[in-house]
Design a protein around this ligand. Structure first.
Ligand code: GLC
Ligand code: MG
Length: 559
């Protein structure tokens, strides 16, 4: 049965950075409402909203302290309802980020759990006791240090946190927790949202908490096998999702399976008794990447290494994802999000800044799958260059500052800005007015005047923005949303594929390099190109593509 989300084209909005309406330097829901027409103009049909629920904002809203209220920084329930209604009027679906693995330590459940071992909410969280002054095991948190934090006044009692210590993990073994989270999600489904992006769901089941992870290190280690993708994840998830589908059978469940490979993604979208678990999975392994060679400075300071696209491995990766998911769902297609450097920074070719981004987008988004476009990507927005260590809002970066010699601080800040997630979360670039039209107040994350804006690119027929609009128009057609996908014998640097739907054939040819490349076109009547970027020449079956050029052909008119 077809569902609306089979053709979803998603635009990801980081609310605090999109548009500020009350000039407090923080984007908000009213600001987003004011920009819905812009979002619609891109040709997307779905918005994914990063967290907007009440939160102390230790992790920008991924630490929820009240699941039933909107954080006053972003607006209120009436504005949220208005947003959902206005989006729907424009034909835009709304997905909410749903944080189910942990709460904020300010959540009343946790506050109560802290009060006494006999609290009714104690077992909502994961506790272990030790009497040797050490944490229960050597597992490391994603945010650094141990996953265990000792109770402030009960020596030897530890609670578990996979992310920040202010974000205690919920105990999904406890049926009351499972019920409570279903209740919360139901509340939002009843409010009329169209889907949930399930945050970090692959971690809701944990392994034996007294089992150390084998390592030579004396430091805690991020021990994924102990807390990721364990079998109970599927059990818990199925119960959760089935309950929600009882209220809305069209609810779209987009699961964040950060470390999922294609087979795991298929497992999480497997149809069980006619119902899928998740409908699609976002994985950080969606594109093959390789590390850039590290500079001696970044090696000394152990900075994260920038990653580039591993173009040589791309054909195999594309075929694996497409093939493995063909029976259950379709891949999600994306370059960037709020946890990754921006696409233009990570993958753009500085010699061909616009062409490279247009061609990369053509290569990815016309494949079979659900595009997810990170706000600002459609302008070629780069990650911001942050000029202070504290601006990264990350303790490990703040701690680093003392180790960096004065003369090298600029270089380190620059290197960090290329890789760090916070630099990818800067304010949207609307126009040349103050703070790029984002706010009259200094934004929460200070940014330089933009070299490019929506206002400028709107006027320019060759802009990245207008190219994205043309590309997404094609993507909306049945051919590019529903059509079967075949990767053709692509060379290392040219990715070429066809899409087929009811006798219609689309051919996409892309040159992912800074060299001229010639490809032999497959033998069918191609018709006129419907979308091109860069320079190219065709002689019979030979198509010569200049650096970072691409051509899309269709053998009959698009429906
Ligand atoms: C997800 C989010 C990330 C957040 C984490 C904890 O990975 O994308 O931003 O920090 O979950 O909720
Ligand atoms: Mg505001």
């Amino acid at each position: 049965m077809t569902k609306w989300y089979d053709n979803a084209i998603i635009y990801q909005v980081y609310p605090r950075s999109f548009q500020d309406s009350d000039n407090d330097g923080l984007g908000d829901l009213r600001g987003l409402i004011n920009r819905l027409d812009y979002i619609k103009s891109l040709g997307v049909n779905t918005i994914w909203l990063n967290p907007v629920l009440t939160s102390p904002q230790v992790d920008n809203g991924y630490d929820v302290s009240n699941y039933y209220t909107i954080d006053p920084k972003f607006g209120d329930m009436a504005t949220m309802t208005e947003l959902i209604e206005k989006a729907h009027q424009l034909g835009l679906h709304v997905l909410m980020d749903f944080v189910l693995n942990h709460t904020s330590d300010q959540h009343p459940w946790f506050q109560d759990a802290l009060k006494s071992p006999n609290s009714l909410f104690r077992d909502y969280y994961i506790w272990q006791k030790t009497d040797n002054g050490l944490p229960p095991n050597n597992w490391g948190s994603f945010f650094g240090g141990s996953v265990w934090q000792e109770h402030p006044t009960e020596p030897g009692a530890y609670y578990f946190h996979l992310f920040d210590k202010h974000m205690p993990d919920l105990n999904w073994r406890n049926p009351e927790v499972r019920e409570a989270m279903i209740e919360v999600a139901k509340f939002w489904v009843e409010k009329g949202i169209d889907g949930l992006r399930l945050d970090a769901f692959i971690h809701i089941a944990k392994g034996n908490l007294r089992q150390n992870y084998p390592t030579d290190s004396t430091q805690p280690v991020v021990a994924e096998p102990m807390f990721a993708n364990l079998p109970n994840v599927v059990t818990y998830l199925q119960e959760f999702i089935n309950e929600l589908r009882k209220i809305n059978s069209d609810l779209f469940i987009l699961g964040e399976g950060a470390s999922a490979d294609p087979k795991l993604a298929a497992l999480y979208t497997r149809k069980t008794n006619g119902r899928a678990l998740c409908d699609a999975i976002v994985s950080f392994r969606n594109l093959p990447k390789k590390k850039k060679t590290a500079t001696s400075l970044s090696t000394t300071l152990q900075l994260p290494q920038p990653e580039v696209l591993d173009v040589a491995s791309l054909p195999v990766s594309i075929v694996e994802w497409q093939t493995t998911l063909a029976q259950t769902t379709q891949p999600t297609l994306y370059f960037s999000n709020h946890d990754l450097p921006r696409m233009a920074t990570a993958y753009g070719d500085p010699q061909y800044p616009a062409e490279s981004l247009k061609t990369l987008a053509t290569m990815l988004y016309l494949q079979k799958g659900i595009p997810i476009i990170y706000y600002g990507e459609e302008l070629g927005l780069k990650s911001a260059e942050l000029t202070r260590f504290s601006a990264f809002q990350d303790q490990t970066v703040t701690d680093l500052e003392q180790q960096v010699p004065e003369g090298q601080k600029q270089a380190v800040l620059k290197a960090l800005s290329q890789v760090h997630k916070t630099a990818a979360r800067q304010a949207m670039s609307w126009d040349q007015s103050s703070n790029n039209g984002f706010s009259t107040h200094e934004p929460w994350l200070r940014v330089a005047p933009a070299s490019t804006t929506v206002a400028q690119q709107d006027q320019d027929a060759n802009s990245i923005l207008n190219y994205y609009r043309a590309l997404l128009k094609l993507k909306q057609s049945s051919l590019f949303s529903k059509g079967e996908f075949y990767l053709l014998n692509s060379s290392m640097k040219t990715i070429m594929f066809t899409r087929k739907f009811h006798g219609q054939v689309g051919l996409v040819v892309t040159n992912l390099s800074d060299q001229e490349r010639t490809v032999t076109l497959p033998n069918f009547s191609l018709g006129q190109p419907v979308l091109t970027t860069g320079e190219w020449q065709q002689k019979a079956e030979e198509l010569r593509l200049q650096p970072w050029s691409s051509v899309v052909f269709i053998n009959s008119s698009v429906q």
